[in-house]
Ligand binder design. Structure first.
Ligand code: NAD
Length: 333
């Protein structure tokens, strides 16, 4: 098959080409730097499949254009699928495959890195020491042992994180409509988790039901000075409400690997440009906010696993018309 790979970075090319070669070079990969949108869909001309990442937009208009050009498969090289209009894909007969579990540990470990960095103010200490400032004022942290951590969403990533945190001696609370009794956590109602947690971390998917799950009323229920971490999807958090929470001190520490409007910012070097997004620019002014640019997944093991699962989807579609890891429309709920 010919596969148009959108939003290509050097590392995508490296790992996808290596996997294609390892499988005998069955597919012709066309690497494209632009993000997929209705305007760029034409670049997939001649392809039977498109390979997409988190900020490619496969909305109804884009899918209609892809379908008219003969594209029958969306092979997502990520776990989340909120950027694909699944109902439109089904209507057009386009199959959608994803990478369900490439390395939950990669994301869980990055989440932990953000927690420890914020807690012990490593981001500030790093800059200070380089400036010859060895004072400790403003760097006071807390012991993780005995603190209550609330995990929202206990699928692959949330459960990997729970297993890691149990080693720290934390009290672990969880909220998920589908509880897993084998995990070392007490499932509690959403409101209880918000009220009792010293650290709250988000690991549910972005769906119509979880959009702005963390809004002003939810923040008002949290403990004063709570640490909030989002490594899931930006729009699960109402960023403006979070900024108000930071200003009032209700949120004491904030770690974000994802941002509602990240599509115009992340994965690019914009260091020579003026940031036009005032909400994001405001976030950058807080000393107690740590932002990484959607890098939680970014380990060698994860990129290798992503390439493998992507080719499993491509091969199965080429042979039988259905990707191995198909996203079904039931997942919309
Ligand atoms: P998963 O499907 O294994 O688990 C998601 C869990 O969330 C499920 O147990 C589900 O029941 C639960 N859930 C659904 N709705 C909920 C709600 N309203 N409240 C609480 N829980 C709810 O997914 P996963 O592999 O653990 O990934 C979770 C999310 O992490 C993905 O959807 C993706 O958006 C994000 N992610 C981010 C990165 C990154 O680099 N930052 C990488 C991979 C995945």
């Amino acid at each position: 098959m010919q596969v148009a790979v959108f939003s290509t970075k050097s590392y995508d090319r490296q790992f996808l080409e290596a996997e294609n070669t390892a499988r005998g070079g069955r597919h012709r990969l066309v690497f494209l730097e632009p993000r997929l949108s209705a305007e760029t869909a034409l670049l997939a001309d001649g392809a039977q499949a498109v390979c997409l990442f988190v900020n490619d937009q496969a909305d109804a208009r884009t899918l209609a254009r892809l379908s008219a050009q003969g594209v029958g498969l969306i092979a997502l090289r990520c776990a989340g699928f909120n950027n694909v209009d699944l109902a439109a894909a089904r209507q057009l007969g386009i199959r959608v495959g994803r990478v369900p579990a490439y390395s939950p540990e990669a994301v869980a470990e990055h989440t932990l890195a953000m927690m420890l960095c914020l807690n012990r103010r490593i981001h500030r200490a790093y800059a200070r020491v380089r400036e010859g400032n060895f004072a400790l004022e403003g760097l006071l942290g807390f012991d993780m042992k005995g603190k209550t951590v609330g995990v929202i969403g206990t699928g692959r990533i949330g459960s990997a994180l729970l297993r890691i945190l149990s080693g720290f001696g934390c009290r672990l609370l969880a909220y998920d409509p589908q509880p897993n009794p084998e995990l070392p956590a007490a499932y509690v109602p959403f409101a209880t988790l918000l009220a009792e947690s010293d650290i709250i971390t988000l690991h549910c998917p972005l769906t119509p039901g979880t959009r702005h799950l963390i809004d002003a009323p939810a923040i008002a229920r949290m403990k004063p000075g709570v640490m909030l971490i989002n490594t899931s999807r930006g729009a699960i958090v109402d960023t403006r409400a979070v900024i108000e929470g930071l200003k009032s001190g209700r949120i004491g520490l904030l770690g974000l690997d994802v941002y509602e409007e990240e599509a115009d910012l992340f994965f690019e070097d914009l260091s020579d440009q003026v940031i036009q997004d005032d909400v994001f620019a405001r976030l950058l002014t807080f000393p107690n906010v740590l932002i990484t640019a959607h890098q939680a997944f970014f380990t060698e093991e994860a990129l290798r696993a992503i390439a493998r699962a992507t080719f499993d989807n491509l091969d199965a579609f080429a042979e039988g018309g259905v990707p191995v890891h198909e996203v079904s429309t039931e997942k919309l709920a």
